[in-house]
Ligand binder design. Structure first.
Ligand SMILES: NC(=O)c1ccc[n+]([C@@H]2O[C@H](COP(=O)([O-])OP(=O)(O)OC[C@H]3O[C@@H](n4cnc5c(N)ncnc54)[C@H](OP(=O)(O)O)[C@@H]3O)[C@@H](O)[C@H]2O)c1
Length: 328
């Protein structure tokens, strides 16, 4: 495993980070908790030290699984979590009755995208000092730890970052840092326009943004260069396009799923001319971009981990290959 500097924090992080948004939850198989614990532990045994989660992933179950998996090995991992989204009442109810509804969801074969709208409830956000403090305490409990390595504001959005409340949120994080409840703090973004506001925020150590072969804006717009110049660590997510780069999707499925389908087909043919799979090339592209400290891969299954470790062993792109992908 190669380890990278994490901005100016002095932390060194594995170049692959475990994306924890898809572990746990009502849509997971019956054995999924066992499988998730197994994958998490094997990931650490394989040298992956960076784990990204959020309090709202799987209504808190993602954090709980990470806490359980690394109980007794806390100092070996870097845990990055997020706060700021409030679980609406309906989702809170789902959280409490999850053991009861999971078998029903499975028996009916329901998938996340087919969840009746009324069941999910709209998400709201709260970055007030009292909410963030309470959310962080709850995360500490689920993660079975007394400190969080990296606490991220979860997609605060431009209007919030232009308001006075943003300053208050940052002061709260600074205070929690002084209390030793978090070591560093950063911001997770939803869209590229948010990144410049994050980078100019005082005290932040990292920015998490969408970056990869399906999303080159952070590179094209100079965000990555700006982050590097400021010593802010970049956490890249969406390396596999949230699953869109999977080889199993046929052309009709791609057309239905994304307006970027033609680009995906072009990436497939360019990767195959390099004698490599698209996922391998997608990972090599992120790891070959110097400003990226850690590339999150949204793992769920042992097969994902096995494949990702294989990509890690594969040779990096040469300059010509990187340029060809960049120009596509
Ligand atoms: N706003 C935010 O802060 C934010 C937003 C989104 C994500 N994130 C973070 O970023 C992480 C990555 O999320 P992402 O959705 O962008 O995921 P991604 O890594 O781009 O894609 C993950 C998906 O790719 C598919 N896949 C195929 N082969 C794989 C392999 N070898 N390894 C892993 N996945 C493989 C899987 O689909 P199948 O499961 O169908 O096989 C998986 O669900 C999340 O877990 C979360 O930690 C943060």
């Amino acid at each position: 495993m190669k380890f990278n500097e994490f901005g100016k924090t002095g932390l060194r992080v594995s170049e692959i980070g475990f994306g924890g948004s898809r572990i746990g939850g009502v849509f997971a198989d019956r054995n999924s908790s066992r499988e998730a614990l197994n994958v998490l532990r094997k990931a650490l045994d394989s040298g992956i030290t960076f784990y990204d989660t959020a309090d709202m992933y799987s209504q808190g179950e993602s954090e709980s699984l990470i806490g359980k998996a690394f109980h007794g090995r806390r100092e070996q991992v870097i845990i990055a979590t997020k706060g700021g989204y409030c679980l609406p009442a309906r989702r809170n109810l789902i959280k409490r009755i999850k053991p009861l509804i999971r078998p029903i969801v499975q028996a009916l074969g329901l998938k996340r995208a087919r969840l009746p709208g009324g069941m999910s409830g709209a998400l709201s956000q709260d970055f007030s000092p009292s909410y963030l403090t309470k959310a962080l305490e709850a995360s500490l409990k689920r993660l079975q730890t007394d400190y969080i390595d990296l606490y991220q504001l979860h997609s605060p959005g431009v209007p919030f970052m232009q308001s006075d409340a943003f300053g208050e949120a940052l002061q709260t994080l600074e205070k929690l840092k002084t209390q030793g409840k978090l070591r560093f703090y950063g911001i997770g973004t939803e869209v590229p326009e948010e990144a410049p506001f994050c980078l100019s925020a005082p005290g932040i150590s990292s920015v998490q943004l969408g970056f990869g072969l399906l999303d080159l804006q952070a590179l094209d717009h100079g965000t990555l260069a700006d982050a590097a110049a400021r010593g802010v660590a970049v956490i890249a997510r969406g390396c596999f396009g949230g699953g869109l780069l999977k080889a199993s999707l046929d052309e009709a499925q791609l057309k239905a799923a994304t307006p970027k389908w033609q680009r995906i087909l072009a990436l497939r043919s360019l990767s195959s001319s390099m004698g490599r799979s698209v996922l391998d090339v997608a990972f090599q592209f992120c790891r070959g971009t110097p400003a990226v400290s850690v590339t999150l891969l949204g793992m769920r299954l042992e097969d994902h981990l096995r494949d990702n470790l294989r990509y890690l062993e594969a040779p990096p792109l040469n300059a010509g290959e990187y340029a060809a992908l960049r120009q596509l």
